[in-house]
Write a protein of this length. Sequence first.
Length: 117
Amino acid sequence: MGKYKGFGGSGMNDNKKVSGMMKQAQMMQERMQAIQEEVEKKSVTATAGGGVVTVKMSGKKEVEEIVLKPEVVDPDDIETLQDLIMVAVNDAIKQADDMMNAGLSEITGGLNIPGLF
């Protein structure tokens, strides 16, 4: 029986293919890391209630700033203010996720690879 019979192996050519795939995987991992670092340096801004609540968030999904216009502060209606803050924060998180996914999509060609991100 020949070497690697039944597995379609052909010796040295398979080693070169595996080595090439390993190099591609390493380059892809390095590019993903660079994209993540780039996105983490950026910020997104989201608003709610027609702009009465503004949330600025980093690409790391850390809230950097919350701005409330005076007219949104009503001591008799705290629930609305809480809801508006929640909407703005959730929108900022979605924007940060979209920014990361757009960068990673560049690498994967738009494929959604489970466990990749």
